[in-house]
Ligand binder design. Sequence first.
Ligand code: DAH
Length: 373
Amino acid sequence: MTKWPDGTTRMGFDVTEFDTLRAETLAEIGEADLAALEDIRVRALGKSGAITALLKTLGGMTPDERQAKGPQIHGLREAVTNAIAARKAALEAAALEARLATEWLDMTLPVSAGRLGGVHPVSQVMDELAEIFADLGFAVASGPEIEDDWHNFSALNIPETHPARAMHDTFYFPDDKTVDGKRMLLRTHTSPVQIRTMTKQKPPIRIIAPGRVYRSDSDATHTPMFHQIEGLVIDRGIHMGHLKWTLETFLKAFFERDDIVLRLRPSYFPFTEPSAEVDVGYSREKGRRVIGGSEGWMEVLGCGMVHRRVIENCGLDPDEYQGFAFGTGVDRLAMLKYGMDDLRAFFDGDLRWLKHYGFRALDVPTLSGGIGA
Ligand code: DAH
């Protein structure tokens, strides 16, 4: 008994019925969707399918019969199998086409800059700094904002009893929140990245490390979270001349003026010896202070030759390796360059302020195209 695609069962196997089975099955396949196609496959080629049943009749035939009908039945099975595969491929291709048509996006359309939002001046200045220092061969390094005492202080030659610890107004984590027995804090400066870099990387080292830092302090020029950038060079034979040239090159590129005058004043930082503070000269134009010239002086950064004890603390030999370091406030650099005067507004998230002081999202600072906007 043969089960036909239309669900009826008919006895025997004659040529007309065979042709009808073939024609009906192929016609059905031609119109089927993916689900119907599977149904047809089961009804024709499945365990109790019509064509499977025909194949089983071969066993009961005489050799002559089998020679006549075998190729027909096998041919039918092959034709149906191929038709199903072809229909399936066509349906899947059509489904993909339809999906591609609905998910279509014209990448050549001009972007609506307004919808992209703007770049915060802090991000802009960090991008500018990365670009300037990349050109001088510096990589960008980073470290954790939740630091331990050793990286933030001790390794930087600021021991427990050092008055510099009090100056930093540190946010400490509670005593019971230690990590591996270490007391944790929010890093008060980016200088611990010096330690993290020197302990995991062999000299020569040339890095900058921009990032967030935290101190318990708040007024027009101080916020509890602010941004610093650290610079570190470690190699053989490094001296203060390298430091001064690097800072001069950096500040000229950053302020985009050639008449930048630097003044290095002797100063003190526990992690550098000798240490200096760097002032840049400003002049007055229409009552406003602008960077350049030397009518007055503005402090812009701290720097010095890395203290030999710091180099030792990182497992390096200070008789072999020397270096310089510098650190400064990114927010302060942004204020000096772009003329904002209240630091707190940087972190208020006021859209009017961001619209006014923000930068176009698609303007990426490059040395060739102009560092500032
Ligand atoms: N870490 C210092 C601070 O936060 C800034 C600083 C000064 C960094 C001198 C340096 C440096 O690398 O050499 O006040």
